[in-house]
Design a binder for this molecule. Sequence first.
Ligand code: PRX
Length: 629
Amino acid sequence: MEKSEVLLKIGEKYNPPKGIVERAWIKDYESLYKRSVEDPEGFWGEVAEELYWFKKWDKVLEWNFPYAKWFVGGKTNITYNCLDRHIKKGKGDKIAYIFIDEENREKRISYKDLLSLVNRIANALKDLGIKKGDRISIYMPNTIEAVAVMLACARIGAIHSVVFAGFSVNALNLRIKEAGSRILFTSTYTLRRGKKIDLLSVAKEAVKDAESVERVIVWDRDGEGFKEDEKFLDFYNLIENKSEECEPEEMDAEDPLFILYTSGTTGKPKGVLHTTGGYMVQTYFTAKTVFDLHEDDIFWCTADIGWITGHSYIVYGILANGVTSLIVEGAPDYPDPGRWWSYIEKYKVNVFYTAPTAIRMFMRYGEEWPSKYDLSSLRILGSVGEPINPEAWHWYYKHIGRERCVIVDTWWQTETGAHMITTLPSYPAKPGKAGKPFFGIVAEVVDREGKKVPPNTVGILVIKTPWPSMLRTCWGNPERYEKYWKSIPGNVYNADDLASYDEEGYIMILGRADDVLNVAGHRIGTMEVESALVDHPAVAEAAVIGKPHEVKGEIIKAFVILKKGYEPSEELEKDIKQHVRDTLGPIAVPEEIAFVEKLPKTRSGKIMRRVLKAQELGFEVGDISTLED
Ligand code: PRX
């Protein structure tokens, strides 16, 4: 496609089908948006009334820049809203999750049975002396059991910290130590492309010097005879005789719910902290209105619980709406590229939520794969994680949605907890543009001085007022938290994304404005990869950039200076890549490594990645007055 054609398509509008608008919870975006920002407290208070509170809040918002408290004085428990609330309405036998593994083995669990499982785990944790506020790390595959462990923590007020099961020893070790977790939950393995990936060995290695960890609880998936000892306990033995009743802990609206580590510009990931009430309200309401969830809907979010998308839209926001959803383990295209589409047909999925990188991968396989399946159950298609290019948007619209569905492109972050800028099913979508701000969200595109830029001009995306599911702090690093609100003048939250807006208020996201990469929808810090590289015995210095890639959005390219006595070779390149894989995990491995003699640096010694990137992509290098050499 010619560039001009693409640009043309960015402006195009797609009206939602009449039937979809008619059933939508929200039919008139503009008037509700206006009301929500004129009276955010009134608005969010009404939304919160839809959920159950042991004690109602005294005040909806207390804003003490840059610290917000939402639903002040309110008492609730998110698991009560996700489980008990539906069961009490007679929906206990309704299926909460359908889990499917790579061999199409299926496991279903009802709301009632999920609550029993959660309570047994919660009681086991209590018997181990776990109390409200204690941290628990979870390194488990994308399964019902992992979700149950998350909910068990929330049931008793323990703070979970899920670590994506694709991370390696060092990454897991760091996250466990930073959180100071008392317990680690893991599993014997996860399945990927027909292979069992050993998680237990990684977990064993990762807890070796993690002094806070008292116990590792191992879910022995196949009952392969995992041997217990003092420290390593068997999940099933542990919960076997536990009661299925466990009163939900009365949580203050501002009590921490979870920590989730995410990449930033420094070598260390940030522990984003979310609290109970506001997170619950916004994930519930965005799931309800953006995905337009109704009682009998079948929902499927293809993310992993190891990321925020899984937390908010596999677990909390989805269960809070009481629908049935799918949890799928393994690769999208294994055993064949029809896997996902076969599930949409078989389970009659109505709302499907995935990432552009997956769509682009399926584009490569060709439309003959989805065309084999009946996808007529679909109504809403969601996109998340990176900008969706118009070509991918159109392919998704045509070959998956069959021109009968709406596409909602949802922009948000680990930090924001829930959707922030998104298309709603009731108003026209513009391919390539995320859409308009969600209710109660005041977004603006500004320059570095905080001044609003004119329409169709690139600037930085900021959020001007607090929102319920915003992060409350960075675990153990309040300065880092304050930086979000203090790096751009005007007391605004800096999302560190490049964006522009048009005359109709649609916002387009162009990618990160900082040194954070987005590889196949995964957020990776350049410094994290660089630290892993220089940790290799042959590497003296390293710099990492993101290089545009057709399917993955970006790939990692590393520039490496070798230590004296080492010569570039294919073998060494392989060995360095393996080292990054062992340290951080497969998602962080540089696709390309260039051995160089020198790296462009400022006089103060900072690597100028921008110069490397410009050179690599053949752009103008720009201002290099600070370049040392
Ligand atoms: O750059 C934006 C991109 O993903 C970043 C947040 O990454 P993470 O915290 O891992 O959360 C991903 C899932 C919510 C953002 O700063 N991003 C996320 N959604 C979109 C997006 N970029 C463009 N369009 C989106 N819909």
